[in-house]
Write a protein that binds this ligand. Structure first.
Ligand code: DGL
Length: 281
């Protein structure tokens, strides 16, 4: 089964696109809503929460897990891949191999081809910005890029609280969009470097239209990550052959199942029943 993990609702924006492009597989979505947001927490804390969540998804039968969370991808993925996965794979007795993938790498492979001015903006959580992962990885792709990052600490809490379409939310959307465009007015490609942000993409676009002197577009990661996963499965039959194909999707949350179900139903446009789970105690 393919696992899709996020600190909360954000990973649904990735899951939606993955299921559109790869409808045949079975999926398990886990939102650690009870401990969201991750983006303002320390490296140790994000790594610890992410590893606990990965272990839980493995125990539920996932063999390939996508960290559909930039913060977890920036802060925990490398350590999990280098230190924890070898031990986990060593202990597996039934010949199954497990792997964990992130969302930053596939995104930076695409972004350089989208900009004409070579000025790219990244909107992300404080954790992702402090890690500097996007700047480092984008410059590896194209050393001529000018990358400006803006931390948006209020956006995930507002989305998790269901307050993202209120006047209060608009204030913070305006604030961070204006800050990044004032830092570099030549930005023509603004990456939504947090999987929660597509939920407010239209509001970000409205604000951008007011402050940008030239066409500037926002880029969400969903379809980019989905295309990259499709390609990964084609190149890795050893993982692909282990996946169940029933087109089923099961939803787990560490917070209220009712609330998660309602929010996910609205976002995915299909009835979602979620299961409340507890782990890592
Ligand atoms: N969706 C997560 C990301 O992409 C949000 C992290 C958070 O919980 O702050 O970074």
């Amino acid at each position: 089964m393919i696992g899709v993990f996020d600190s909360g609702y954000g990973g649904l924006t990735i899951l939606k696109q993955i299921r559109q492009q790869l409808p045949e597989y079975d999926y398990l979505y886990l939102g650690d809503n009870a401990r969201a947001p991750y983006g303002t927490r320390s490296f140790e804390c994000i790594y610890h929460y992410t590893l606990e969540s990965v272990r839980y998804m493995l125990s539920r039968g996932c063999t390939l897990i996508i960290l559909a969370c930039n913060t977890a991808s920036a802060k925990a993925l490398r350590t999990i891949q280098q230190n924890d996965l070898p031990i986990i794979n060593d202990k597996l007795v039934n010949d199954k191999m497990v792997n964990v993938l992130g969302v930053i790498r596939p995104t930076v492979e695409v972004v350089p081809s989208l900009t004409s001015t070579k000025h790219v903006g990244v909107l992300a959580t404080p954790g992702t910005v402090v890690s500097d992962s996007y700047r480092i990885e984008l410059l590896k792709q194209d050393s001529g890029l000018i990358v400006t990052q803006q931390a948006c600490p209020m956006w995930v809490p507002l989305i998790e609280a269901g307050e993202h379409t209120t006047e209060g939310a608009r204030f913070f959307i305006r604030k961070y969009v204006r800050q990044i465009m004032a830092s570099d007015p030549l930005i023509d490609t603004l990456l939504l470097g947090c999987t929660h942000y597509p939920l407010i993409q239209s509001l970000i676009d409205e604000e951008l239209a007011l402050v940008s002197y030239h066409p500037c577009r926002t880029i969400a990661q969903g379809s980019i990550v989905a295309r990259s996963l499709k390609d990964y499965l084609r190149r890795h039959p050893e993982y692909e052959s282990q996946l169940q194909k029933g087109g089923e999707c099961h939803f787990l949350t560490t917070d209220s199942a009712t609330r998660f179900g309602e929010a996910a139903t609205l976002f995915l446009g299909e009835p979602v029943r979620a299961e409340h789970v507890e782990y890592g105690k």
